[in-house]
Design a protein around this ligand. Structure first.
Ligand code: HEC
Length: 147
């Protein structure tokens, strides 16, 4: 009887250990097997995770169209400052009043025309997509800073 009892214990211990091993190993093998096959679903997950960011960027890009033309300071900082803050490409600097005196003398309309069509190393509209209102607004902003 004692012998039978202990062999029963061994049998149960074996079953339990086996069950535990299966419980540990099976999920591991299932995971490994799935990891290469699931690349596209991982990519989908990545898409889903970056989606809110992409939507946020779109909302930002569309904002000006909804809220009308951007004001002069906004356009200046986004487009014109790259050259006119630093003097890049030989641009007259925004803080160099002397460099602007003769240009101001030609009048606002002439300056608007220069910005709209480009002049020298300055590309038309500073190289950006600007509406007529935005060009007028940003030229008025520049004039207010340099006179
Ligand atoms: C790529 C550099 C660059 C960018 C960007 C740029 N400019 Fe200029 N800008 C210049 C240069 C260079 C000149 C001098 C052109 C010349 O007289 O030959 C100039 C000249 C001007 C003048 C004087 C024009 C005249 O008739 O004398 C105005 C006004 C002006 N820029 C405004 C702007 C505004 C507003 C923006 C943004 C929408 C802008 N610029 C973006 C380079 C730039």
């Amino acid at each position: 009887m004692a012998e039978q009892h202990s062999s029963k214990s061994i049998m149960w211990a074996t079953i339990i250990v086996t069950a535990i091993l299966i419980a540990i190993i099976y999920p591991l093998t299932a995971y490994k097997g799935g990891s290469t096959a699931n690349i596209s679903s991982a990519a989908d997950e990545a898409d889903i995770r970056i989606q809110p960011v992409a939507r946020f960027e779109l909302a930002k890009a569309e904002a000006p169209a909804v809220s009308g033309p951007r004001d002069g300071a906004t356009v200046y900082n986004a487009v014109c400052g790259a050259c006119h803050n630093t003097g890049a490409a030989g641009a007259p600097k925004i803080d160099d009043k002397g460099a602007w005196a003769s240009r101001l003398a030609s009048g606002k309309d002439a300056l608007i025309k220069s910005v709209a069509n480009g002049k020298g190393a300055m590309p038309a509209k500073g190289g950006a997509a600007l509406s007529d209102d935005e060009i007028k607004g940003v030229v008025e902003y520049v004039i207010s800073k340099v006179k």
